[in-house]
Design a protein around this ligand. Structure first.
Ligand code: NAD
Length: 376
């Protein structure tokens, strides 16, 4: 057996600051902020009740007072008015486009409708676009902002846990096409991200659980204290730790993204649980199997095989958030879904393993070797 190659691991490594610290808004009261120093630096504001101050915050990142707000039909009913009231009292003239919720809206057809809406709203390159919703709204709005008029500034107001800790930070935007998910997209960092954990109170339990899969992943790959915080709580009382948890998760994502903005190395560590997780989603034809469930089961399955000393602790935490700790599908049926190039067994695959909680490592092996490790 050839020894697995560790692929450029940088534990909590942070590049020196490329830009002077942003100080567009002071930290006040319960508000916490994280500065993301990518090629286009920005801040993530984490604040309960932040939605009602969104106009004030957005007015600090744009001179324009014209905004296009994009959301989905569920978030429209629950949270849009708060944002509009705040934006209008900060002097913004707003137009709104709301599309049917769900992954099926992250498509070319809807993208075309968003371009038409931006055009009808006379949005210019100096105006601002606001994405209010979960990862679907954030991804498609971000891509529209990256491409409309060759780029318009946009703000993320993520309203799911997954969007707050993952998709709104880091600048990946995309839509799905017939050939697969997220195949067309762009790197486009937002001008600002506003995370208000009060918005998460309206989430259905399954959607909250899904986001927890990603939060547990962050604890596993980078921060044992964060993992301890989550393992001492459950889905029932997670609201008690929500702000601290979101802050820590965003800060981990910040550090990884600052080191590898364009996903050429370290950013891969964020894929812990995703190799088998995507295989589970693929096996289910990307229907009736949630991404967060796949990540949770994937983390448990790889840990079972390669770091069994952590398995019981991880599974207990995953179960507390009502996520699956494995799957009955035989490994021989899942493995073909782990590689895009199923026929080329010599081709390398990168997988992530945590031998200790808080220390995720990227390991590169031939696909055939990965299959052998998983099947043993
Ligand atoms: N860009 C990235 O880096 C990145 C990272 C991870 C995932 N993603 C993408 O994110 C998407 C998944 O995001 P998601 O899980 O947020 O899904 P989603 O946007 O579909 O939201 C899930 C459901 O929750 C509803 N919802 C949103 N906020 C709500 C609220 N506050 N209260 C009640 N209901 C609410 C939505 O209407 C939807 O029905 C996928 O398309 C995935 O590819 C992107």
């Amino acid at each position: 057996m050839t020894a697995p190659v560790l692929y450029g691991i940088i534990f909590n490594g942070e590049k020196s600051c490329r830009n002077a610290a942003l100080n567009i808004m002071p930290e006040v009261g319960e508000m916490k902020k994280i500065s993301v120093k990518t090629s286009h630096p920005y801040e993530v504001v984490i604040e309960r009740g932040g939605l009602a101050k969104s106009g004030e915050y957005i007015s600090q990142v744009t001179k324009s007072r014209k905004a296009a707000v994009i959301t989905d039909d569920i978030v429209e009913k629950l949270h849009l008015q708060t944002v509009l009231d705040s934006m209008r009292s900060a002097g913004f003239e707003c137009t709104v486009y709301a599309f049917p919720n769900g992954e099926q809206s992250k498509c070319l057809d809807n993208l075309g409708k968003i371009y038409d809406f931006l055009c009808d709203s006379n949005i210019t390159r100096s105006d601002i676009i606001v994405a209010l919703g979960g990862g679907v709204v954030g991804d498609i709005t971000g891509f529209a902002a990256a491409s409309y008029l060759r780029g318009v500034e946009f703000v993320q107001i993520p309203t799911t846990l997954l969007a707050q800790v993952d998709s709104s930070v880091g600048g990946k935007t995309a839509i799905d096409i017939t050939g697969g998910k997220n195949l067309v997209g762009a790197f486009k960092q937002p001008a600002l991200v506003i995370c208000d954990s009060d918005t998460l109170k309206t989430l259905p339990d399954e959607v909250l659980s899904e986001g927890m899969g990603e939060c547990i992943k962050y604890g596993m790959i980078r921060d044992e204290k964060l993992f301890e915080l989550m393992e001492s709580h459950s889905l029932e009382n997670v609201d008690e730790i929500m702000d601290e948890m979101v802050y820590k998760c965003v800060d981990i994502k910040r550090a990884v993204v600052e080191n590898d903005e364009f996903d050429r190395g370290e950013r891969m560590v964020l894929n812990f649980g995703h190799t088998l997780g995507h295989a589970l989603e693929g096996w289910h034809n990307y229907r009736n199997y949630a991404h967060g469930a796949g990540v949770a089961a994937g983390m448990c399955m790889i840990t079972d095989k390669l770091a069994p000393q952590l398995s019981e602790r991880l599974k207990k935490c995953v179960s507390a958030y009502r996520l699956p700790t494995g799957s009955d599908i035989p490994m021989s049926e899942l493995l073909p879904f782990c590689s895009k190039d199923k026929k080329n067994e010599a081709k390398d695959i990168n997988y992530i393993i945590c031998n200790e909680i808080g220390r995720g490592e990227i390991v590169k092996v031939p696909f055939s070797e990965f299959c052998r490790l998983m099947e043993d």
